[in-house]
Ligand binder design. Structure first.
Ligand SMILES: Nc1nc2c(ncn2[C@@H]2O[C@H](COP(=O)(O)OP(=O)(O)OP(=O)(O)O)[C@@H](O)[C@H]2O)c(=O)[nH]1
Ligand SMILES: [Mg+2]
Length: 463
């Protein structure tokens, strides 16, 4: 449901504010001028009308629910999240109970809140700007650590602050240009054309960079590719089987067992990953009729390694030329197409004695399971460090903001064109107004019902 049309903030809204799946505790939220009155009629007596506080009470619900003990958090004044008297009633996380409290409240004059309406009121009260409102959505929806971090950073204002800064610079320039217009007959300028162009140009390039960063963040990253690389017989396939939890690849004493790339899609904590086993890296020339096959296997393996997000470089720790192999693998690791994380895995450590290995080597044995947990943890950490993403909130913000940023860039480019072409500063001023208003849309300093609709309709009820 949207907000197109007049935005109402006079009435008191109510909704279940907690998860709708079974949980030990649940909450019902209220916001609006009647919130305190409704609380009293429900049986909760706020003990102060000045400061936030907490009261215990009971609410009498219809049979068979009966008397329900509750704890209420009360914000009696406008100094709340929504900028209105607000209330949160905490009780058992049972949907029939929470639903019955909402119904009672509606009977007492509250209105069922629309999706995102609490956050909308916070926005209208100046508690949040639009990008922060979207970040609230991101925190609610955050699935992995990466998207939570992102949403929290956005909430802290790291997108809106630079936008507001650029907008205020534009407004300063606009003021200079317009002041000049008033004195055009006396030929007084408040800013020289050169200075104006230089400052506009710098704002334009910052905008372009920000837009590119936003676009990059929206790169769809739903799957992480983890490739195992190493010499033939290094123990890659056996390690893959242990990580996958089943025998997906053939393991044999013979060097050169794996030819085709073997892909195993799986769930890794909250992440979708594909484990990829590859043919061992041949260092000498092939010498048989299988040369053609071997060449293809090498090519495929090379591509799989180059395109992976995470590469596990496996080196047999029992091998006599350990040092030389490590050097060779490091050289290969330098070749990559995009940001990838390399992890260094010493294999078969059950046969190589107890000696410690320097960082970054991870000692493992696919036979005994030693070191596998530590390898798993490092893989998870690697995924999370690559996952700069990409929660729905940032995707939503990016989609909404890219258009505004582009409009601002275009308007600034036209303004620069008008200055350079010696046109009247009236044109420059009108382009600067357009640019400032486009930037204002990003943070919500300038908003329309359509924008609010797009942002808040993505929320769920009760937020
Ligand atoms: N003792 C011991 N042997 C292992 C371990 N991991 C693998 N091996 C043995 O090493 C041999 C090679 O293992 P694979 O997993 O097939 O090696 P690979 O790197 O996939 O080899 P290619 O596919 O030929 O490149 C097999 O005989 C495995 O049983 C380990 O952790 N400990
Ligand atoms: Mg293999």
């Amino acid at each position: 449901m949207g907000f197109t049309g007049a935005i109402e903030t006079e009435d008191t809204i109510v909704a279940i504010g907690s998860s709708t799946t079974p949980a030990p505790r649940g909450a019902v939220r209220f916001s609006g001028v009647q919130a305190m009155e409704i609380a009293r009629q429900l049986g909760i007596e706020p003990t102060s009308d000045r400061s936030a506080h907490c009261v215990d009470g009971t609410i009498a619900l219809d049979h068979p629910l009966g008397e329900i003990p509750v704890r209420a958090l009360v914000w009696p004044t406008a100094r709340s999240y929504t900028g209105q008297p607000s209330l949160e009633i905490h009780t058992f996380g049972s949907m029939p109970i929470l639903g019955a409290i909402v119904w009672r409240a509606i009977e007492l004059g509250a209105r069922a809140a629309r999706p995102g309406e609490f956050t909308l009121r916070a926005f209208l009260a100046g508690r949040l700007d639009l990008t922060q409102a979207e970040a609230v959505l991101g925190v609610i929806e955050a699935e992995g650590r990466g998207s939570l971090d992102h949403a929290l950073r956005q909430l802290a204002g790291n997108l809106s602050r630079p936008m507001e800064f650029m907008r205020s610079q534009l407004l300063d320039l606009l003021a200079d240009v317009e002041a000049g217009l008033d004195f055009v007959d006396e030929d007084i300028q408040f800013i020289s054309d050169d200075d104006l162009v230089a400052r506009l140009d710098s704002i334009r390039s910052t905008l372009a960079t920000t837009r590119e960063q936003l676009t990059q963040r929206t790169r769809d990253k739903s799957q992480w590719i983890i490739a195992l690389r190493g010499l033939p017989n290094a123990g890659k396939s056996r390690l893959l089987n242990v990580l996958a939890g089943h025998d997906a690849a053939i393991v044999a004493d013979q060097a050169g067992t794996t030819r085709d790339v073997v892909s195993v899609p799986m769930q890794w904590d909250d992440h979708n990953v594909v484990l990829v086993d590859t043919a061992g890296i041949e260092t000498a020339d092939g010498d048989s009729s299988l040369e053609q096959i071997s060449h293809q296997a090498q090519l495929q393996a090379h591509r799989a390694g180059r395109d992976a997000d995470i590469r596990l470089w496996c080196v047999d720790h029992t091998s006599s030329d350990w040092q030389a192999t490590c050097r060779a693998m490091r050289q290969l690791a330098d070749e990559k197409r995009r940001p990838a994380i390399d992890l260094w895995v010493a294999t078969k450590c059950d046969c190589s004695g107890e000696q410690d290995l320097p960082d970054p080597w991870i000692r493992t044995s696919a036979l005994t399971g030693a070191g596998i947990e530590s390898l798993r943890q490092q893989i998870t950490a690697a995924i999370e460090s690559l996952d700069t993403s990409e929660g729905v909130s940032i995707l939503g913000t990016a989609a909404r903001c890219t258009g505004s940023l582009r409009a601002a860039e275009t308007a600034i480019a036209s303004a620069i064109g008008y200055v350079g072409g010696g046109d009247g500063h009236e044109y420059v001023s009108s382009e600067l107004r357009l640019a400032a208003s486009a930037l204002g849309e990003v943070t919500g300093a300038v908003y329309t019902d359509d924008i609010l609709d797009r942002v808040f309709s993505r929320f769920c009820i009760g937020k």
